[in-house]
Design a protein around this ligand. Structure first.
Ligand SMILES: NC(=O)c1ccc[n+]([C@@H]2O[C@H](COP(=O)([O-])OP(=O)(O)OC[C@H]3O[C@@H](n4cnc5c(N)ncnc54)[C@H](O)[C@@H]3O)[C@@H](O)[C@H]2O)c1
Length: 314
């Protein structure tokens, strides 16, 4: 087990740093916007929730800029970074936080050779994975660009938001549990439960994207790449399930906990290639755990072979 405690003493490392973040109007993203702003950073944040975004930016003043942004639109990602760059001449940190969880039909429900002819919408993959790749591509270009940036060799960071649910092998959130947690007894058919196949697939893809980027030459440009994998966090996204979590006495993160981890990863110049699972406000580096236990989960000889392949492929 590799606990990770964000080193955020005084948050001094955030002063005058430029943060670009998506999903900044609500929940974890909004808490991160506030924390960076309150400790002297210059924040440019995008979201589709225009009302909430504008309200947050007005409450913070002119060091926080909201840009109406739909991350599924490649050009909108470019505009978001361009706005920050034109305003401040540099980007120090980029955080991809926008995400969705859509209850309803799962792609693999009730399949027959007749029903399979109707495609289902793939908005979850679009927002949670494809758009994250868009964001990452634009972020890499701006983070590598020196502009008038000052700071050490590893001063810049790109941080992704995955989910530790990807390691929990359940395909659904049974809605009857949600209802019963809300004090309503009825059970709903399985196909009315929020399907998790797509959200989990998308969030697994995000982790793989981050892991891959962390092995590229980005670090030569002083850009560190990390991932946060929140467990249940008290935001609007999972609000209907919170009662169940409390009833079962399961740990719950507050959005501010995640904001502290985003800040810690941005400021810690040694933090690179980490995948931090956060539960009940505490963090563990899954990458370190995977490395340490490799001989256990794939056998000692295979572990050696996999490591050799890794060295060979760079
Ligand atoms: N809350 C949890 O328990 C939990 C657990 C694991 C992972 N996460 C992840 O954390 C991140 C933040 O989630 P949250 O809990 O704060 O939820 P939230 O719903 O409070 O915030 C998500 C934000 O993303 C924005 N958004 C959605 N689609 C967008 C789009 N196309 N373009 C731009 N913005 C868009 C929403 O408007 C919202 O402001 C998400 O990526 C989510 O998947 C949350």
């Amino acid at each position: 087990m590799a606990p990770f405690v964000p080193r955020v003493e005084g948050f001094d490392g955030l002063r005058d740093k430029v943060l670009v973040i998506t999903g900044g109007a609500n929940g974890i993203g909004a808490a991160t916007v506030r924390l960076f702003h309150d400790h002297g950073a210059l924040v440019v944040f995008g979201d589709t929730a225009v009302g909430a975004g504008q309200a947050l930016s007005s409450s913070l003043g002119d060091r926080a800029t909201f840009v109406s942004t739909d991350v599924t639109d490649y050009a909108a990602n470019v505009t978001l970074f361009k706005t920050a760059f034109q305003k401040y001449g540099k980007i120090d940190h980029a955080v991809s936080c926008a995400g969705i969880m859509v209850p309803g039909a799962d792609w693999f429900d009730d399949l027959s050779i007749e029903s399979v002819e109707q495609p289902l919408p793939d908005i979850v993959l679009d927002v949670n994975l494809k758009a994250v790749a868009y964001f990452a591509r634009v972020a890499v270009a701006y983070l590598k660009h020196r502009g008038d940036s000052v700071g050490g060799d590893s001063a810049k960071s790109l941080t992704f938001t995955s989910s530790d649910m990807i390691f929990c092998n359940t395909r659904r959130v049974p809605l009857y549990q949600v209802r019963s947690a809300l004090g309503q007894a009825e059970k709903l058919p399985l196909n009315e439960s929020p399907g998790l196949t797509y959200p989990k697939t998308s969030k697994s893809g995000v982790l793989t994207l981050a892991r891959t980027l962390s092995t590229t030459s980005l670090s030569q440009h002083g850009v560190r790449v990390n991932t946060l994998l929140p467990n249940m966090t008290a935001t609007q996204m999972w609000a209907p399930l919170l009662g169940l979590w409390h009833e079962q006495k399961l740990p719950v993160n507050q959005p501010e906990d995640l904001a502290r981890f985003f800040a810690g990863l941005a400021m810690d110049e040694k933090a690179h290639g980490l995948a931090i699972a956060v539960t009940g406000g505490e963090g563990w580096d899954i990458e370190a755990g995977l490395r340490e236990t490799m001989p256990t989960w794939c056998g000692p000889e295979r572990a050696e072979a996999l490591l050799a392949v890794g060295r060979l492929m760079g």
